[in-house]
Design a protein around this ligand. Sequence first.
Ligand code: PBG
Length: 350
Amino acid sequence: NTLFIIIIHITFVAYKKLLRMIITGKYPNLRLRRNRNSDWSRRLVRENTLSVNDLILPIFLIEGKNKKQSIKSMPEVYRYSIDRLSEVVDKAVSNKIPMVALFPYTSSKLKNINGTESLNEDNLVCRAIQYIKKKYKNSIGIMCDVALDPYTSHGHDGLLHKGKILNDETVEILVKQSLLQAQMGCDVISPSDMMDGRIGEIRKNLDKNKFKNVQILSYAVKFASSFYGPFRNAVGSNSLLKGDKKTYQMDYSNNLESLREVALDIKEGADMVMVKPGMPYLDIIRTVKDNFKIPVLAYQVSGEYSLICNGIINGIIDKTTIIEILTGFKRAGANAVVTYFANKIAKDLK
Ligand code: PBG
């Protein structure tokens, strides 16, 4: 009996070994370098590719006329007044970039404790949406951030009361802000505030107001990150920000918590979800991708952008790094990436 078991075992081990040799081969008859020998062959066996369809371009807006204002913290990124917006949107459209993301720099005299400018139907974002929709029709999508930080005098994404960010009261305003953006022609409503329950409330209100086809891209997994620094400078909220955003944005030590955030937002009606920041969080993109059948987007944020730019400007790395990094997002499972490099690399991708 024991002998029988031993024979079976030996046969099994031998069989497995044979099978492994057939499937994988072995040096010297197996050489993985063969497939890498020539460019055509590398292209043939390539597993992931980056195309312009994977890119979303963020654009900063500023009040006034004939302005293209450089941003100290972000090389070659500008704030555009609406009359010069076509410079950058024309490029995005001709590059076939599918969508732009609009971010307003709000002058400090329009900011207050409750961020009421967010609900002004004549605010900068509202006028920019209307301008782009009228001029470019449906040749490019528009996404808009839903959050109060460009409008509050304390720089937080929600209402601040006695040192705390109020959740439900903030959601009420976000619901109105979303509807306003949809009425102006925004295609993709993108709540980036990390309040609980906002996706469901926003969806309900959009549907009630006949905006059933307006999409929601939830910044479901947004970490409290130091990589947002240059962006806060770009929208003028950094010097104002009191404290940090750790009571609403996620703790960067966590991975599994992202599954709960995404599960809830899907249940509440999100059409797509965002992971943000990007490069230090590729594991999160993979986790979300493996667990849900929903488009997962990634945001290569301002701090990542500026770091790479500084590396290139100082000759530490070269321009090819940009596409290498963005392809890494695809490999991790991202369907698309929000990146300040979108217009700059589009031609290299054709
Ligand atoms: C704010 C918002 C932030 C970014 C996009 N929307 C900053 C923050 O949460 O403080 C960051 C984008 C970037 O750094 O490029 N709701």
